[in-house]
Design a protein around this ligand. Structure first.
Ligand code: SAM
Length: 281
């Protein structure tokens, strides 16, 4: 027998939309425009049904007052984040790492720079970005010895992080991975391909909310990727975040942003190098 709720389609009043916009902004920094109203209804209706709730107002009360409110906020966040990503997305970034940045870091090590490289993939989604960075690092440093090479990959969506650390992808998802990299750094499995031990071992996946006032990382990074994340934030949130990235980068460290993002309003913090690539001033 179908329950009456399974047939229920929910509507979101202006007042309810505002309440949900406020929680989402407070918890994630994501600014939901009027255009996102249908997205909220589409992504949360299933959850309301699963909880046996009759309206978005009831869900709001559940989020505010139920003893499970804390866990439910995590559920809400996992549903409203947009996780679209790809292996070697914006390929020119990986070419720039391979042809310019890594050779200059290796060259500097011959003149005494410490053999330590730290990269942060902030908003790593299901892992395609940090695994693509890891493959590029392995290739660039393959003839080098004595390096300590590590990537920190963070996201606030706990479900997507579980997927990322598992590192298993369908064959069509790995299509953008260059064939020599695929055979060297990924292994075939029943579901398609799995990230191999060399690249998995280089990455630490952690939950981190970019809205936190401070981040726990003590040592600065050589390179930060924050691509297609700030696009969901308002200007003030972006500026605050850019200041935190500046703080967590080494002098002369590099910052990569998404194809439609820019740090041009923060020229005092970041020098433009080429499209969507910046260097700490
Ligand atoms: C569209 S994906 C981008 C993935 C990858 N960087 C890329 O460019 O392909 C955006 C990711 O940012 C994460 N995100 C959004 N708000 C966040 C926040 N406040 N803290 C941490 N991660 C956040 C989302 O969960 C999502 O996985």
């Amino acid at each position: 027998m179908t329950s009456p709720l399974s047939a229920l389609s929910y509507t979101l009043s202006d007042k309810e939309f505002q309440l949900f916009r406020d929680i989402i902004f407070r918890e994630t920094g994501i600014s939901m425009s009027e255009k996102k109203r249908n997205l909220i209804v589409a992504r949360l209706s299933k959850r309301l049904r699963a909880l046996g709730l009759g309206s978005f107002s009831e869900y709001y009360h559940y989020l505010s007052e139920s003893p499970h409110a804390g866990d439910e906020i995590i559920n809400l966040i996992n549903r409203v984040t947009t996780n679209k990503t790809d292996f070697f997305r914006e390929k020119h970034h990986f070419d720039h790492l391979m042809n310019e940045i890594f050779p200059s870091i290796i060259e500097a090590s011959r003149k005494g720079r410490e053999r330590r490289l730290r990269i942060w993939s902030a908003g790593c989604s299901s892992g395609e970005e940090p695994y693509s960075i890891a493959m590029t690092v392995c290739e660039a440093f393959k003839d080098e010895r004595g390096w300590d090479l590590k990537i920190l990959a963070t996201d606030l969506d706990t479900e997507i992080l579980t997927k990322a650390s598992r590192g298993v992808y369908a064959s069509q998802q790995v299509a953008p991975v260059p064939l020599p990299y695929l055979s060297k750094y990924m292994v075939r499995c029943s579901e398609g391909y799995e990230a191999g031990p060399q690249i998995k071992g280089m990455i630490a996946f952690r939950k981190l909310n970019l809205m936190d006032q401070t981040f726990p990382m003590k040592k600065p990074f050589d390179i930060i990727f924050c691509r297609n994340v700030m696009i969901y934030f308002n200007e003030e949130t972006k500026q605050e975040l850019a200041k935190k990235y500046h703080h967590h980068l080494k002098d002369g460290g590099y910052m990569f942003v998404g194809h439609s993002e820019s740090l041009m309003t923060m020229k005092h913090l970041f020098r433009f190098l080429k499209h969507t690539v910046y260097q700490k001033v």
